[in-house]
Design a protein around this ligand. Structure first.
Ligand code: CTP
Ligand code: CA
Length: 225
């Protein structure tokens, strides 16, 4: 069951995980980002390594130590994160836990943007879409088994199921981020796993370490089936 974590479950496997936020520069001193701590992805990397996998962890800007026996690649932007993930292929399994910025400024100003003197005018920032890292890997010629996260504030299972199907994933991990006490930046989380059977399996609130082991055990089960 998802409860029983065993060492060696992922022996001989290469597991690729991305984690944390991305940061999209506006000018040399400013950026767009989000509150992702990277804790869930780092916990998954640690659990996968404990399960015997070779783990590559592509990390956005986070303040976390690298788990033992995990190979870490640091990146800043979504475009860099995609390149680092593609460079790490082939992998047996990809877990997309990163909170990838959906948009980036169309250009990064070469010098610090200044307000117009004597004016109180607002300003408009033009944004373009970032690549979808998960969808790109799920449609890659060297396609790994693909796991995504869906952080939602409402209609959580509906949107998660939609992402599973639209991005062509084996598994989506739905995360209700409407509660203030758990989720994005806390040490605890509660998630629901939805695989292609579309039968949701809830994992009740627990530490991100404990949940990571349950998720890794669940995935290893399917991968080894
Ligand atoms: N994701 C990704 N690249 C992006 C955006 C999202 O790889 N540019 C991945 C995330 O890492 C996550 C999954 O897609 O595993 C779902 O991310 P989420 O933000 O919930 O969904 P989006 O597809 O971006 O849709 P929206 O934000 O509009 O709900
Ligand atoms: Ca998004």
């Amino acid at each position: 069951s998802a409860e029983c974590f065993e060492r060696g479950l992922l022996a001989g496997r290469h597991v690729l995980i991305n984690a944390g936020p991305t940061r999209e520069a506006i000018d040399p001193v400013r950026y767009i980002s989000n509150h992702s701590s990277g804790k869930m992805g780092f916990a998954l990397a640690e659990a996968a390594a404990e399960a015997g996998a070779r783990v590559t962890l592509v990390a956005g800007p986070v303040n976390l130590p690298t788990p033992p026996r995990v190979e870490r690649v640091d990146v800043i932007t979504a475009v860099e994160m995609l390149a680092a993930c593609e460079a790490a292929l082939p992998a047996d399994l990809f877990i997309g836990s990163a909170a990838v910025a959906d948009y980036r400024p169309v250009t990064c100003a070469e010098s610090k943007l200044k307000k117009e003197p004597g004016s109180d005018a607002g300003m408009t920032l033009e944004l373009v879409r970032n690549p979808d890292i998960l969808a790109t890997l799920a449609n890659h010629p060297q396609r790994p088994w693909c796991v995504g996260f869906a952080a939602e504030t409402h209609d959580v299972l509906g949107y998660a199921t939609d992402k599973l199907q639209r991005k062509n994933l084996e598994l989506i991990i739905a995360n209700d981020v409407s509660s203030t006490s758990i989720g994005f930046n806390s040490d605890d989380n509660a998630v629901t796993l939805i695989d292609r059977s579309l039968k949701p399996q809830a994992l009740p609130q627990a530490s991100k370490q404990k949940l990571a082991r349950q998720i890794v055990a669940f995935i290893a089960d399917k991968l080894n089936a």
